[in-house]
Unconditional design. Sequence first.
Length: 256
Amino acid sequence: MGKPSTNIKKLDALGVDTIATMQALNAFDGQVCIVTEDGRGGTFHYDSTLVGSDNQGTNFNGWVRQYSGAVYPEWFGAKGDGATNDTAILKFVSQIGVDVIADNSYLVNANEIVLADGVKLQGKGTFICNDTVPHSENEHSKAIISTTSNNVINSLHFSGLANTVFAVGGFSDTTNTVEKVLVKNITTDKCGIATFEPRLGFTFNRYDETFVDWINSGQVTSVHKASGIKVYNCEMSGDTYYNATTANTNSSTVSG
């Protein structure tokens, strides 16, 4: 008759209701915990070498979420109810360097959420921005989601209040060039679809421009540029259709 396994406890998964309960456990390396908390649940393995690298979404002080591919804002604490402001969570999630799936309704502020290089943002969700103040004449436009390079924004809906924001923006400056951005299959209500422009050098009023705004607009120099931008198969309601300038000389393309 063989001896009982001394490692049997490591094969058993604990089931708990909340992340907080899991974090309170006297854990050991290799321990498995299944959390059923709504929006934040999942399967976690404990790794003591990762204690101290908590990000409140995929690592809870050594409890590491088991997943592959994209992350969800709800894992990090977003409510996604369309009423709670989720800006801070979306700002953080958009910068951790992995793709994001947004399937619920997120109330956010304009000009705060910036996708890190290479991040894809997609899903069946809605981003809601209640900003009613237009940008100043010499400032760049307001955007719900700002891009950097190699980003994709796909299949989302964006809702505004007073035609003062764009769904997607890319704002280059003397140290950052916006390039290789793909915006597709998005819909908007009372906000423009996309604007790509330099942060500096505006000398004219831009309040009334909607749909797809000027690409390479304003006082553009070689360090103030957007290139390789593609916007297609997008629909907008509650706004006036505005065609992008035909004077573009880069590889950007726009279609309704």
